[in-house]
Design a protein around this ligand. Structure first.
Ligand code: UN1
Length: 504
């Protein structure tokens, strides 16, 4: 363990702030692994005054970084991707140690970081603006995309490194600087990533404050990010109440935000679908990352004709879930992030039964070191009970029956969140209906694959209380730049638009 920490530059005590130099004289916290309760290292938070200095440096770094040609900025992101490739195993192990996801998922998370760097390198030569035909003679109408400013990135514990990279790789090629406030539950991975970025930026001779870091509580450091006009864009990943708070503050000052909030992923299993595909996708979607992804499968809406047999097959899989130390390849599910998450799961189990649901299996605390292990829970419910409408960030799967596809789609859409959804069917009419305007209302709608594991090439995010933001691939980069529209007159005359005449 020590070796992994050391190879990533993590000491026994670490300063939690970086703005070209490491600082952090605030409250110290000891990071404990959910794997076994072992102390990993100590981190000192930044004080509000230190935060102000870091933001000032990040803002100053923007003034020069924005002038570097985008393909040159892409070279830095390419080198960051290479650095991540070199450190993939160690970083994945640190992710596992700090938040408890299985090592194979930790490796997948670092792979997402590498993939987004590759994507961003290509993007650095493709920040295309449009030209449009002008309605006036000998005029040209065009748009350009310019760097925006400092991007504040506030991330959650469940993807402690990938979410930073989706934002950072894109922001950097767009000419922005980034200031990261990670979850207080996962500061070590944030320090490790910032050190990798620092190394790359120094090697190129750029200001290392381009990738800054400020570890502290959401209520102080987070709100300083949300309220400071020097932060042009706040990209926030977290809970719905958290997003409501962040969005309100950022909107007050007319800043920009990307909100990526709660999900309530559902899979519709048609009687015309391949049930092996359904089982595997639902099982991984529900127990992967111990149910702590925003894309986790939380609901299964299964055709009544196959409901009972499908539930029995799922229960059989659930019962033999290998649970334990996430570093071992033999375990498919590790611990939850902390003992509080276990309490949340147990409370939800009681609530679903009180509301008329039936517990099929699981939902118990396991007596393993650290106190963060549970058995994944499967509950049979008649529909979207109040507890089903909440995103309980734990491995609980609610299974409900449907009769018509229209009814299944209404159930799928009948929650306040709108992130991820899927249908398992071999009937093209069903899948097309699901993907049509009459279908899923989510930002992600998959066919014959589960709700989680979105690829970086697409834009990631969702609707309704999920917040509406998009990050990662496709044209999500546009949120990280400012658009400038120009009319250029080369006629030598004055001609007003909209046919207005001006006689002088
Ligand atoms: C999240 O849970 O916040 O689609 C992100 C997925 C991952 C990202 C999840 N690529 O499951």
């Amino acid at each position: 363990m020590r070796e992994i920490l050391r190879s990533l530059g993590i000491e026994d005590v670490n300063a939690g702030g970086f703005g070209g130099a490491w600082t952090g004289s605030g409250k110290a916290q000891t990071v404990v692994s959910p794997i076994n309760g072992e102390a990993l290292a100590t981190v000192t938070n930044v004080t509000p005054a230190e935060f102000d200095g870091i933001l000032a440096r990040s803002h100053e770094a923007f003034q020069t970084w924005k002038l570097v040609p985008a393909p040159k900025r892409g070279e830095v992101v390419k080198a960051l991707g290479d650095e991540l490739r070199r450190n993939k195993a160690a970083l994945a192990e640190l992710v596992t140690l700090e938040m408890g996801k299985t090592l194979r998922e930790g490796l997948g998370e670092v792979q997402e970081m590498i993939d987004i760097c590759d994507f961003a390198v290509g993007l650095s030569r493709q920040l295309y603006g449009l030209t449009m035909p002008s309605e006036r003679r000998q005029h040209r109408l065009q748009e350009q995309w310019h760097p925006l400013g400092v991007v504040g990135i506030i991330t959650a514990f469940n993807f402690p490194v990938a979410v930073w990279s989706w934002n950072t790789a894109i922001a950097l090629v767009c000419g922005d600087t980034v200031l990261w406030k990670p979850s207080s539950k996962t500061p070590l991975t944030a320090i490790a990533c910032t050190k990798l970025a620092e190394k790359v930026l120094r090697e190129f001779g750029y200001d290392p404050a381009i990738c800054s870091l400020a570890i502290g509580r959401g209520s102080d450091i987070g709100d300083l990010i949300n309220t400071d006009p020097r932060v042009a864009l706040v990209s926030y990943t977290g809970s719905i109440p958290g997003g409501r708070h962040v969005g309100g503050l950022v909107q007050q000052r007319f800043g920009r935000h990307i909100l990526e909030l709660g999900g309530n992923g559902a899979v519709i299993v048609s009687e015309k679908g391949n049930l092996d595909i359904a089982l595997r996708s639902i099982y991984f979607g529900a127990i992967g990352t111990a149910g702590q992804r925003c894309t986790s499968t939380r609901r299964v809406i299964v055709h009544r004709s196959i409901h009972d047999t499908f539930l029995a097959r799922l229960a059989e899989l659930y019962d033999r879930t290998p649970i334990g130390d996430p570093r071992g390849d033999e375990h498919l599910m590790g611990p939850l992030v902390d003992p509080g998450a276990v309490d949340t799961l147990l409370a939800a189990m009681a609530t679903v039964q009180a509301e008329g649901g039936r517990l099929v299996c699981g939902g118990e605390r396991l007596p393993l070191p650290g106190g963060c292990y549970v058995t994944p829970a499967l509950a049979s419910v008649p529909g979207n009970l109040p507890i089903v409408q909440e995103e309980t960030f734990a491995p609980i799967l609610y299974v409900m029956p449907y009769d018509t596809l229209e009814e299944a789609i209404a159930l799928q859409n009948g929650v306040t969140q709108g992130l991820s959804s899927a249908i398992i069917t071999d009937d093209q009419r069903e899948s097309e209906l699901f993907l049509s305007a009459a279908g899923s209302d989510c930002g992600i709608a998959n066919v014959n694959t589960g709700t989680s594991g979105a690829e970086i090439g697409g834009a990631f995010g969702g609707e309704k209380e999920t917040g509406g933001g998009r990050e990662s691939g496709s044209d999500a980069w546009k949120a990280y730049m400012r658009r400038q529209t120009s009319a250029i007159n080369f006629s030598g005359r004055v001609e007003l638009a909209q046919g207005i005449t001006l006689e002088l």
